[in-house]
Design a protein around this ligand. Sequence first.
Ligand code: ZN
Ligand code: ZN
Length: 1006
Amino acid sequence: MIDFPKTEEKILKFWKEKKIFEKSLKKTKKGKRFVFFEGPPFANGLPGIHHLLSRAFKDVILRYKTMQGFFVERKAGWDTHGLPTEMEAEKKLGIKSKKDIEKIGIKKFIETCQNSVFTYKKEWEEFTERIGFWLDLKNAYITCSNGYIESLWWILKKVWQKGLLYQDYKVVPYCPRCGTSLSSHEVAQGYKKITEESITVKFELADEPGIYILVWTTTPWTLPGNVALAVNPAIVYVKFSLKNYPGISDGIYITSKKDFDNYKKEIEKAKSKKGAGVEILEQTKGKDLIGKKYKPLYPNRAPYKIIGADFVSNKEGTGVVHIAPAFGEDDMKAGKENNLPVLTTVDEQGRMLTKDYPWNGKFIKEADPLITQDLKNRDLIFHTEDYEHDYPFCWRCDSPLLYYAKTSWFIKMSSLRKKLLENNKKINWIPNYLKAGRFGEWLREIKDWNLSRERFWGTPLPIWKCQIGKSQKSKVKSQKYCDNIKVIESIKELEKLSGKKIKDLHRPYIDEITFKCEKCGGQMKRIPEVADCWFDSGSMPYAQWHYPFDPDIISSQSSDNYVARNKELSIPLPKNFPADFICEGIDQTRGWFYTLLAVSTLLELEPAYKNVISHGIVLDAKAQKMSKSKGNIVLPKDVIDKWGADCARFYFYTINSVGEPKRFDIKDVQEISRRFFGTLWNCWIFFSTYTPLEINGFQQKRRENKPLTGYSDKSFKPKKGFESKSLLDCWIISRFHNLCKQVIEDLDRYYVVEAARLFEDFVDDLSNWYIRRSRRRFQKSENNKEKEGACQTLYYVLLNLSKLIAPFTPFISEEIYQGLKTKDSVHLCDYPKPNKKLINKELEERMKQVREIVTIGLAHRSEAGIKVRQPLSMLKIPMAKSQIPNEMLELIKEEVNVKKIIGGKKIELNTKITPKLKEEGIIREVIRNIQTMRKRAGYIPKDRILVQVSCNPDLEKIIKKNKNLILKETRADKFEFGKKSKQKPAIEQEFKIDQQKLWIAIKKIK
Ligand SMILES: [Zn+2]
Ligand SMILES: [Zn+2]
């Protein structure tokens, strides 16, 4: 058997030496453009098996389009900014917090980031090459280059001019360790199940001492920030008295009716105890509670009020929510509506800012038990309970996240909701359900984009603010500060304003660039924040070309598009926009797929991509997420080194529908190698064994695209001029063109899985029917018409199949193609086109029926326990004979091994073995055993042999009777009976035939 990985290495060398990728681009240079965008990976981590999946799906489409004559540039790209890089740098420097970074200096930190960006670039390039993903790695775009950043600045300036960039004080998901807020996409990646203590707190009504309103919370650390309690005006609440209840102080309490009903049973139980009692005193709607004052938990504060809020539900807890505007989105909203103060009782490192309390300065999660204990001591806890729930952790550093009120910069995406949805309508999603589903839902609920990160290694926001309040107060006395803001769009503009030469746009260098405020003469300084790195990748369609700064990046078709497609902004289209095709994992739905659309919509352009394949994620065989800590990570190298890249690619193309998660099991890869690649390879081996290319009259080159067969109509009479008269030839050619037609239809719709699966059936038909049933023709002597027809047909099919499957399995197709031709590469060929005239549906349908009849016939044999080699007298089939041409009936006869076929009511096999049939069966067995021995001995068909047999007289009699047939079939010249021969056999073996012993020995004599 072929060593696939080794063969692939050989082909990689061939491609490299002959520059096949470059040639494929040169060949198509004048063709219509097919635009592809590469979603940039981070090169500071090693490529994983999921990258193989993405890249396989990208490559198949790109190769397909190239073979169809499109010009497909494939600019690689590298994502470099943001937390993934910063985390690695922190590890390298042995530091753990934002403070540490400030201590060692931003400059040193940035240098470390810069140096670690490409830690695994070489590994990535090798991986890309090894899996056969043709990508222009030499001209890759890099998100941290000055040019790239400048393009982002230009985009942000446009956003600013449209009034969509704004600063606001909002509650955002926040990582206290990284010291920055996160996007909702980032938050979605880090949910974990945890169990922690939840508490039900007693808030005493200010004007009704002894009456407590109950509030349930899982975050005691937010309580010092409490400024209100919220109830739902529509929910029913009850006031009840509790006496002598174990563990709870006597008193009068208020909670939702639903909450009360939940623990009614427990209360009833307690009631039976001596003296215990519970009594509902009043039932009321939430709206009646609004406006009541309650005593704050911590002294020195004025009493706060109960407010009404629709978001309060009684699904969980008491139906009363404690409001701390600094730590919740809803809280902030309620705070703004009710004019409540914002108490920031936690600092940016997640530590309590509550002087005079023992938990002051402690991290929030450490403060929780201390706060609870203090409330217990003061008899302000009604109940505590362990509570299991999903809690968000930082996807990078694993710290528990908090919701935290911060001043951040936002892009007003919510105002573009309609446009985003309209643009989404123009995108072809594969799988289609994502369009209205996961992606559409996301757009319908779209929130403003939290763009700023209080970090270091990222695209610095090009926003300069006047610092008059701090440094130049004396000049303008009338105002406390000047609110001038300037958003810079280019390096040139900044150099002009500052009078300085700008070398590196990163922090801290850019922070040193200041200029004079045009309003007040004060100093303009950059704000410290950098951009969300998802903004980098979402802007790649423009920034990869340094748009709009380089003159040659404007689309050649832009003259009509200049105004028509972008009236308001009046910008020319960048070249290669939009992408015809992009492809990434389903996890990018709310990541890159979104930010690409967001930025193009901001620029009032078409959606940045027309077609998108979004594939499922890779899990382990037990459907668990792969992770280092679980030790279940599969390295691409382990799969490729053992089974080859083609096999790994084909596994992902066929394992399940594109959007489903892939439960990666190496056994499935092994199975594909055996079933599909083994079979395909054997077809080629069969051809090369029986058809030396130098055969006379076999002018393959001339006939490469001219099949020799063709049956025009239902009568299955050969057309004039066709050289082969075999229905099998005609059938396989028809099958091929039908395959070709379907594969193209599927690939044009980006249905990769559907297209790939077609090859599985075809290769089965080719090997297990066409070749199997044509074997005898191939074995005929050279210069035989029948042999020539079969060879021509198989040559034609293999050659065109190698082209048709080349985008899917670039290596094995090249190997087969190279075997059939001697120059250039399969990847420089034109993609085959179906010839509809050669598709004969009727014939294919008939052949399908024939294969079905054979399957049933063989099943009947196996039920009766009769070997296939034992001839039988008759098979009845339900169709009138005339419907199936004789040639096909012959195929059934041979395959089921029967003497005769007659039309019956259903498929029936006559299983009676007459003495004559039995004798024939025995002879077949003898012949087969001798053939096997010839093979074992390594004899070629030309070799003539001597056969010696020894057995009991009955068997000997049968063999003697059929001696000539055996001699002919086994290419033997002589027969000897008994073991007493002078000739020493080459090999010998004992068999059992029909319960009798048979000894056979053979020896080459000529
Ligand atoms: Zn973090
Ligand atoms: Zn100013």
